[in-house]
Write a protein that binds this ligand. Structure first.
Ligand SMILES: [Zn+2]
Length: 602
């Protein structure tokens, strides 16, 4: 499940052998790549041993050896090989353009420095990599012109230090301080990508960002954010003072930024069970789950300083395992579907739904023949028998179908339904293409987007039950066995596209306007509440824990502001600074309790 990225410099992605091999025009054909992958990938048997069922798949995908399966890395490639192998063994056919099990596309994973990088200030040539380096989001271009000093490089209308608002940047090379003027961490006011976009928007020819002592040097190869329209350069060490003075003196500068996008191959895995019905077989039901995760952390990690394997057992090895289990169940005699069923294991979900967006843009089967899409994301930590279902409002038939099938379960779930067709995962891409969708989810937990999301914590029995329930939903829509294929009636407008991204309690900058990075440490419960935000727990040593909040509390007021839902909570938090003391009112066992919390910083 995706989370809005925060504005930290991205940690160095781990360019691995494979990356080089994937550059377009490389000499190795796909079979050789496959052979190499198989060679360097852990053999399933060694990890799975005698495990069976969906948990066996989790055991393989979430092993350290898969290195957190970040898109474009060896770990992701091995995971893709494994999933394709399982589908092949189950007798599904490859649905890829060439009959293979892969639906490939190119993604930019950072940039590499080209030839000819140069920076000369007041006639002095500054040394690349020891005094400066282009950001990975820089445009490749040469500029000659004069410098202008822009101070913090952000304008805060009405605040005393708003020199920037009145500066003419047109055609100039603007020099700005990298850090947040208030010393806050992870804010937009401390983000060079944001400052470069603003400078470009104000007609600057280029931007030089002065990094303060101890600030991370940018790693172009790890840059994931889109390129800005001007050269953007980081200056550090003693050179920063020199350039600051030169800018205040409006001295001359000549620069060449040579950066090239680093393209790598990313792959969705695609497998088909052809429908048996003479006409309905032309129609298709899609089942999906993303198999990529966060690799060694960095962007998206809730433990950004831990450069460790983020195993992603629940997120989303569990959904991928359930996907393969649904295929196995539908391949059982008597279960063959009338409509065709397409199984898609997406990559790039954590990067921003890249794989599902690619599918919708370049579908393998006509979208107009696609009657519904079922997504599974984080189905491995069933608690209190509660299963959350997103998208129940996207087709008229969903509520009754889900209730009927649930009733027939040996141990019916407590279903928590969210009508919204848009949400923090791949089903959003399909609802955006006017296809009825569902997403199954067993809720967040304290290991979400951390290295500790490990296979030992998976609720095996819960995952098997969710897989069986999913197979029945697909069976009902595709018409398998005796069941008639269900006519689906799309309902538009169930939720807004802007609902994407999982709101977090760290003032995610996904919400417009600068945040201050204030932090609480609560774990929000994503199931709908009448009002307020229910929390499933608090993080150890966090401001929320110190303030006395507990799992089960429902936050109804924050700093004097009424809290109706997660977004109200995120926005309220965003307007507070680390160190602020706020009164938080919670409902606990029906009683309103006021607690005082001193906010931390992420
Ligand atoms: Zn995720």
């Amino acid at each position: 499940m995706m989370m809005s990225t925060n504005w930290r410099f991205p940690r160095a992605a781990r360019p691995l052998v494979f990356t080089a091999l994937l550059v377009p025009g490389s000499v190795l054909g796909s079979s050789q790549l496959q052979a190499q992958a198989q060679e360097s990938c852990p053999r399933p048997g060694t990890l799975i041993q005698d495990l069976v069922g969906p948990f066996a798949h989790v055991r393989y995908l979430a092993d350290d050896a898969l290195e957190g399966r970040e898109t474009g890395t060896r770990g992701e490639r091995c995971a893709g090989e494994y999933i394709a192998g399982v589908f092949q063994d189950l007798g599904l056919t490859g649905a890829g353009p060439d009959g293979s099990f892969f639906h490939s596309f190119q993604v930019q994973m950072g940039s590499v420095l080209g030839e000819g990088n140069n920076l000369t200030v007041e006639g002095e040539v500054l040394a690349l990599n020891s005094a400066w380096v282009p950001f990975g989001f820089s445009t490749a271009a040469a500029v000659d012109g004069s410098l202008v000093y822009g101070g913090p490089g952000v304008s805060r209308p009405g605040s005393e230090d708003d020199v920037y608002a009145h500066l003419d940047l047109n055609g100039k090379v603007v020099v700005v301080e990298g850090a947040d003027p208030h010393g806050a961490m992870n804010t937009m006011a401390g983000d060079p990508h944001f400052k470069a976009s603003v400078a470009a928007g104000r007609g600057a020819a280029a931007i030089l960002v002065l990094l303060s002592e101890g600030e991370d040097l940018p790693d172009p190869t790890a840059e994931q954010r889109p390129a800005v329209r001007i050269p953007a350069i980081a200056i550090f060490g003693a050179a920063a003072d020199k350039v600051r003075e030169a800018a205040k003196g409006e001295e001359t500068v000549s620069l060449t930024a040579a950066v090239e996008p680093r393209m790598v191959e990313a792959r969705n895995v695609a497998a088909l069970i052809p429908g048996e019905h003479p006409t309905l077989a032309r129609e298709v039901v899609i089942v999906g789950a993303h198999y990529d995760h966060l690799g060694f952390g960095g962007d998206g990690s809730l433990d950004p300083d831990a450069a460790e394997v983020h195993n992603g057992a629940d997120d989303n090895a569990s959904g991928t395992a359930a996907l393969m289990e649904v295929a196995r169940l539908l391949q059982q005699p008597g279960n063959r579907p009338a409509r065709s069923v397409l199984f898609l294991a997406f990559t790039g979900e954590e990067k921003g739904l890249w794989g599902s967006a690619h599918y919708v843009n370049e579908p393998l089967l006509p979208l107009e023949n696609t009657v519904a899409m079922l997504n599974m994301d984080m189905v491995g930590r069933l608690r209190e028998n509660t299963l959350t279902v997103y998208g129940t409002g996207t087709a008229e038939e969903w509520p009754d179908l889900l209730a009927d099938l649930n009733e027939n379960q040996q141990d019916p779930f407590v279903l928590a339904s969210i009508p919204d067709g848009f949400g923090p995962s791949d089903h959003s891409s399909f609802y955006g293409a006017s296809i009825p969708v569902l997403m199954l989810f067993t809720n967040t937990h304290s290991d979400y987007h951390r290295p500790d999301d490990d296979f030992e914590l998976i609720n095996r029995e819960g995952m098997e039950r969710v897989s069986a329930y999913a197979a029945e939903i697909i069976g009902a829509v595709a018409g398998s066995g005796e069941t008639e294929a269900l006519a689906m009636t799309l309902v538009e407008g169930a939720g807004s596209p802007h609902g994407g991204g999982m709101p977090t309690d760290s003032a995610a900058p996904s919400s417009p306007g600068p945040g201050y990075g204030a932090y609480m440490g609560t774990i929000p419960d994503m199931t709908p509440q009448e009002t307020g935000v229910r929390i499933t727990g608090v993080r150890e040593e966090s401001p929320a824990e110190k303030g006395g909040l507990k799992g089960g509390d429902v936050i109804v007021e924050f700093g004097g502001r009424e809290i109706t839902d997660l977004y109200a909570y995120t926005y309220a938090l965003r307007d507070h600074k680390p160190g602020d003391e706020v009164v938080v009112v919670v409902l606990r066992d029906g009683e309103r309790i006021s607690l005082s919390v001193v906010l931390g910083s992420r």
